[in-house]
Write a protein that binds this ligand. Structure first.
Ligand code: PXP
Length: 240
């Protein structure tokens, strides 16, 4: 059986850095640590408003990282130009709204179809693997294939919310499974991401055919608890 890959999204290391306008914590350091710890790729989302990852982060991470960088971008001329310039191994096209806290849903594949196709083909010509972030529905899977994407990433937000709230997630899980089966059948690589925790990732890891998970917010938050005690002890040694 093919190994499931883990992409580590480090956007929120930059969120913490930017909250104080300092140079730390460094997203580059987090990217290198993710690589050393067994991540299969590192994901960053360069947003139009640069609220977390910025252009310098992109440049330094893309230069230093040995595992693939997965660059998430909105389908705009500005982002296309940036992606073509830096030529990351992986690109994931995501919807973007200025006022949203996070990427709230999948792409609307009926909107700007010709432009999307152009973006995908230009990136593929430069040998980037192109993924589209979509809702788990059959129509969008078919549309992604027609647009010539290599992969789809299924937005797991709704599923994860149901799991977190201990609500019935069976229908949503079924929708995801059906999307995965169809995606694989028509030759798309299928990924999953958004809102994943230990529990939701465990459930979805049992779905055959998902080749990659991209996980950020929970993983970065959880790492506080894996590291807080050791940092406190170090400060105690320093000031003793
Ligand atoms: N995959 C995509 C395409 C995303 O846009 C995001 C969030 O930016 C993630 C995965 C990671 O989601 P989370 O931070 O909730 O784990």
């Amino acid at each position: 059986m093919k190994k499931i890959r883990l992409g580590v999204n480090i956007d929120h290391v930059a969120t913490i850095r930017n909250a104080r306008g300092e140079k730390y914590p460094s997203p580059l350091r987090a990217a290198v640590l993710a690589q050393e710890s067994g991540a299969d790729s590192v994901t960053i989302h360069l947003r139009e408003d640069r609220r977390h990852i910025n252009d310098l982060d992109l440049k330094s991470i893309n230069t230093k990282l040995k595992i693939p960088l997965n660059l998430e971008i909105a389908a705009t001329n500005e982002m296309l130009e940036i992606a073509l310039k830096h030529n990351p191994k992986f690109v994931c096209i995501v919807p973007e709204k200025r006022k949203e806290i996070t990427t709230e849903g999948g792409l609307n594949l009926n909107f700007k179809k010709l432009f999307l196709k152009k973006v995908i083909n230009k990136l593929k010509k430069k040998k980037s693997r192109v993924s589209l972030f979509i809702e788990p529905n059959q129509l969008d899977i078919k549309k992604a294939k027609l647009l010539n994407a290599d992969c789809v990433e299924i937005h797991t937000g709704r599923f994860c919310n149901l799991v977190n709230e201990k609500k019935n997630f069976r229908n949503e899980l079924k929708r995801i499974k059906q999307a995965v089966i169809l995606g694989n059948r028509i030759g798309l690589e299928v990924h999953a991401g958004h809102g994943l925790t230990y529990k939701s990732a465990m459930i979805l890891s049992k779905v055959k055919g998902i080749q990659e998970f991209n996980i950020g917010h929970f993983l970065i938050g959880e790492s506080i608890f894996k590291g807080l005690s050791s940092c406190i002890k170090q400060f105690k040694r320093i000031i003793k």
